[in-house]
Design a protein. Sequence first.
Length: 372
Amino acid sequence: MKFNIQSKLLLTRLNAVSKVVSSKNAYAILDNFLFELSGDRLVVTGSDMETRLTTHLEVQDAEGNGKFAVDVKRIINLLKEMPDTALRVDVNEETLEVTFNYVSGHSSMTALSGDDYPVKAASTGEVKQLAVPARDVAGGIAHTIFAVGTDDMHPQFMGVYWDIKPDMIIFVASDSHKLVRYKATRVAPGFESSFIMPSKPAAVLSSIVDKAGVEPVAVSLDESSATFETKDYSLSCRFVNGRYPKYDSVIPENNPYELSIDRATLLNAVRRVSVLASVGGLVKFQIGENSILLTTQDLDHATSAEETVACEYSGAPMTIGFKNMDIIEVLNNIDSETVVVKLLDPARAGIFLPSEQKEGEDLLVLQMPMMI
C-alpha cells in the first residue's frame, strides 16, 4: 500500500483530528489515528469513543487499498520537523511498517492493525437532517461556549444546547451564574428538535468550520447522537443526557434601568481594577447619571482600585457587584462597539446586549450579580 501526499497538508489535517483524541484513553488503540486508503482517497479518523472526527484527502499515485493505525503524537511530531515536502508513504501490510520517504531521507515507524480500531456506532431511531450555514454554526458555538458549566453534578449544563425551531436555531449555554442565548435566524429547519452538545465536540466543530462561510454544514440527528459534515471533515458525537432547563423562563423581560457604554472602555477599566481585586473578584459598579465608578478592594493585602468611566444612564442610582472574570468574558463575547446593560436591582440578573444586533443574529447574555 503506497500513496503520495504533501507533508504540510497532512499535518494540518492531523492537527485538526487530534483535537478529539484524549490524553488518557480506555483503549490503547485510541492513542492512534486510523488511516484508510481506497483508490486515491485517504480517510483519517480520531476518536475518544464519545466523539469521532474524520477527514478525507485526495492522494496521488496510490497503490493498493487497506487500513492501519499510527500513534498520534509520533506522527504529528515527525511531520512538524519536516519542511513542506512531497511524501511517499509506503506501508508493508505484512509487518505493518510505515515508511515516510521524502527528498532528503526517510523515516519509519510500526503501525497497528486498522481492524482493531472501533467502528462508528450505527444511528438509532428516526434520523432528522438539516443544513446550517457554517457561519451560523461557528457563531452559535463561539458566542455560547464560554458560558458552559463544568460541574459534574449538573451534566445538563456541560454543553451547548441546540434548540431547533421551524424558523431558527437557538444556541444556549449556562453555568447557572450566567446564561447566553444566541438566535440564528438565517436558517429555517422546518421542524422542532433539541439536544445538548458536549463542550469538547462543540469546540472542535467550531474550529473546523469556516467562521465567515455560507456553505452549509450538513447535520444529521438521531435519538442519541449527531453528525456534522463539511467539505473536508465529518464529526460525530453523543449527546449529553438530561433535560435542559427552560432557559427563557429565567430571562427577565422588563428590566427598567438601561445604560449604554463603550464596550472596549468598560472592558479595559474592569481589567485594570481587577489587578487589585480580592480573591473572589468582586467589582462594584456604582452607577450614577452618565457615569460608572468601578471599585475593587482586597482587605487581606491592603489593596484597592477605582476608576470612573462615562456611560449613558438617566435612571435611579444603583450599586451592583459583578465577578470580574464574568464581566470580562461577557464583554469579550459581544461583537459591538457599544454594549447595552439592562438592570432591575442589585440582587437581580443584569442583561447584556450589543447595541445593534447583526443581521441574522440575536445575542443576549444574562449575568447574575455578586453579593456586596
